[in-house]
Design a protein around this ligand. Structure first.
Ligand code: HEC
Ligand code: HEC
Length: 222
């Protein structure tokens, strides 16, 4: 089997398995898990005794959520209705969230007085906005060079001589390996998906492949 054909199959397989492992944005988690008590606009709901969240600062939200998440992981509730925020229930539905991300989401979306720095802006699905160009500059250029010519010291190969298909197939490969807990013979940990996600720097292999190919490959056919 040719390497190219193998990668094509692998890419297909990986893209299908991505859609199986459903991930939820904080916006989806809020809508599914929080809005029924705290309201669609975080205005609160007296019937459920759920307080408004749209008047809290980002810091207050993050603090409360850390607290709720921590209490919810304990087996019994406290005087507060922390079981409503039960971390295990949330996790069972695959709806875990990081308190900081949820705090930022609620604050940015519902608090009319929110003051946002540019890096806090959200897309409609609640994810932070980083273009593939930003991600390349922040996450990739330190090893592959800002022009994609590679940096020998980091053992990082040139990637500005690869075709768009080669790039795409390799990036699928790196992302799927990066999901596994330990590295392989390749330095896949450099491309560790969970690290990338922690920083809110997820990218789609196809988008990154296009970015690298059209911007860095001198022979790119536009
Ligand atoms: C079944 C109803 C219910 C659901 C679902 C629920 N909450 Fe709550 N929430 C409450 C109640 C009641 C309180 C106040 C009592 C307490 O602190 O436990 C509260 C308190 C809070 C507070 C602290 C507010 C303050 O004034 O200190 C935050 C923040 C919060 N919830 C966020 C969330 C988020 C985020 C979700 C979704 C992941 C969520 N809640 C889901 C009922 C709910
Ligand atoms: C810490 C250094 C480091 C960082 C950061 C890094 N890489 Fe890599 N990359 C490597 C090394 C080393 C290799 C070669 C070994 C391997 O395949 O893991 C490689 C391989 C690659 C390849 C395959 C090249 C080939 O010839 O097959 C591509 C494509 C790639 N990286 C893209 C990226 C992108 C896109 C990013 C940013 C999201 C990134 N890399 C971040 C070090 C890095």
């Amino acid at each position: 089997m040719s390497k190219k054909f193998f990668y094509a199959i692998l890419a297909l397989f990986v893209s299908t398995s991505f859609s199986w492992a459903k991930e939820y944005s904080v916006a989806q988690v809020y809508t599914n898990m929080c809005s029924k008590c705290h309201g669609d606009h975080a205005q609160g709901n007296p019937e459920k005794k759920a307080p408004a969240l749209n008047d809290m600062s980002k810091g207050e939200l993050a603090y409360s959520l850390f607290d709720l998440v921590a209490n919810g992981s304990q087996s019994s509730g406290s005087s507060h209705e922390v079981m409503e925020h039960n971390q295990k229930k949330i996790a069972a539905k695959g709806m875990t969230y990081h308190p900081d991300d949820m705090a930022l989401y609620i604050y940015a979306t519902f608090n009319k007085n929110a003051k946002l720095s540019q890096k806090d802006e959200f897309t409609s699905d609640g994810s932070k906005v980083y273009s593939v160009a930003d991600i390349y500059k922040r996450m990739c250029s330190k090893c592959h060079g800002i022009d994609g010519t590679g940096i020998a010291e980091k053992k990082a190969p040139a990637i500005n001589d690869m075709t768009k298909n080669e790039l795409e197939a390799t990036l699928y490969d790196l992302q799927s390996d990066g999901y596994q807990s330990s590295g392989s013979q390749h330095e896949v940990m450099s491309h560790n998906q969970s690290k990338i996600e922690e920083k809110g720097m997820r990218y789609h292999p196809e988008d990154m492949a296009s970015y690298i190919y059209y911007n860095l490959n001198p022979d790119a056919k536009k």
